[in-house]
Design a protein around this ligand. Structure first.
Ligand SMILES: [Zn+2]
Ligand SMILES: [Zn+2]
Length: 135
């Protein structure tokens, strides 16, 4: 497991550190989006808030993870699909029962034409309902 996470960090030009590996492994294993707080709890508070925050920001900047605004109080993060982060291109789904947020990587956000003078820098399309696991 560690080998692939190490390779992933290296591929994205990041230095391999124990904290980065821990957070990356955790995000890989859960299979849904997590907030900074979720991560901290999942790691039994073994890493402090600042470390988790900085690591997430580093991952985000590098394109390993993307942020998700799904209507929750906290921003969530999920691993990016394949090798390139196309966070803007796919939709997200938040389950109202288990409160997990999933990347629906295969469903792309359709192109929307905006009125003159409007320019998009970020876009978030998120649906809510009941997930596969809760159905
Ligand atoms: Zn669910
Ligand atoms: Zn996503």
């Amino acid at each position: 497991m560690n080998t692939s996470s190490k390779t992933l960090l290296k591929n994205y030009g990041l230095k391999v550190t124990a904290n980065r590996l821990t957070i990356l492994e955790m995000m890989k294993s859960v299979g849904h989006a997590v907030s900074q707080n979720d991560l901290k709890l999942m790691l039994n508070n073994s890493l402090d808030k600042v470390t988790v925050y900085r690591t997430l920001k580093t991952f985000q900047k590098a394109g390993i993870i993307h942020e998700i605004l799904d209507g929750s109080v906290q921003v969530k993060y999920a691993l990016c699909d394949i090798s390139k982060c196309n966070a803007d291109a796919h939709i997200h789904f938040k389950c109202n029962l288990c409160e997990k947020t999933f990347c629906l990587n295969s469903i792309k956000i359709p192109n929307i034409s905006l009125p003159n003078g409007f320019m998009v820098s970020k876009q978030f399309v998120s649906f809510q309902g009941k997930c596969q696991g809760c159905s």
